[in-house]
Write a protein that binds this ligand. Structure first.
Ligand code: AMP
Length: 250
């Protein structure tokens, strides 16, 4: 069966103004709206479109994290995923641990594609997809803005510093999504009801042969410095004069 595995991470919603805990040990998450990482929603949307074109038969969403992550898996099922896997743990999950867990699931599920976000907006690591590709020994196309599935290959347009690059990669492979790949669909109420009946399996990292370990140590979290107040100008002439006085224009 042509299957697509999609990674879904639960993160603080992108509309929330993130606050650092007073003791500097992390950011406040209690009572804060949590959502699917935006790049992962795009990953799921792309997987669903590939399935709707008849190029895949099953979309499986996976998350690694505490019990609360099931809310995001249910949302993903309501969007259209066929089933969900929750690797439940309260441990800190760094990219290498996440990649090891995904690799173990790939061995079980044998997908033709693993689609991840290019980065999770909480830690902004941008590493998991690349590490997964190395562990799996399969090609990767990161920062995808267009994906076309062919016969045993995927043609992927990537957003790079100099513009766009198009790669053809053999399947199975890892793809990570960029913002312009697609616009994720909205979840409809009947789909939320239907999603409650879809399969959601819970596993532990140990059952996949992975012990979460920490290679990184966060020393301290601090909010960014406050922006200084702006200067109001009356008209364009005053704006030009102000910029000139600061040496920003000639
Ligand atoms: P990162 O390398 O941490 O920026 O994450 C890149 C991508 O890996 C995310 O957009 C997710 O698709 C996936 N990912 C990372 N950590 C997790 C996790 N704990 N659960 C599910 N997916 C994850």
């Amino acid at each position: 069966m042509n299957r697509i595995l999609v990674a879904i991470k639960r993160v603080v919603d992108y509309n929330v103004r993130v606050r650092v805990k007073p003791d500097g040990t992390g950011v406040v998450t209690d009572g804060v709206k949590m959502s699917i990482n935006p790049f992962d929603e795009i990953a799921l949307e792309e997987a669903l479109r590939i399935k709707e074109k008849g190029q895949a038969q099953e979309v499986v969403v996976v998350t690694i994290g505490p019990a609360d992550c099931q809310q995001q898996l249910r949302t993903a099922l309501a969007m259209g995923a066929d089933r969900a896997l929750h690797v439940q743990t309260d441990a800190v999950i760094e990219p290498l641990t996440a990649a090891r867990i995904f690799k173990s699931l790939i061995d079980r599920e044998q997908p033709m594609l693993a689609i991840l976000g290019k980065q999770a907006i909480d830690d902004d690591c941008n590493q998991t997809g690349q590490m997964l590709s190395a562990l799996w020994g399969r090609p990767q196309a990161t920062f995808a803005s267009k994906v076309e599935i062919g016969d045993g290959v995927a043609t992927v347009t990537r957003e790079i510093d100099a513009g766009l690059e198009t790669l053809e990669i053999d399947l199975p492979a890892v793809i990570t999504t960029d913002l312009r790949l697609n616009e994720p669909r909205y979840v409809k109420l009947p789909d939320i009801m239907k999603a409650k009946k879809k399969p959601l399996d819970v596993l532990e990292p140990a059952a996949l042969g992975v012990t979460p370990s920490e290679q990184l140590k966060a020393i301290r979290y601090e909010p960014p410095p406050q922006r200084s107040k702006g200067v109001m100008v009356k008209d364009a002439q005053e704006l030009v004069a102000a910029l000139r006085s600061k040496g920003l224009i000639q």
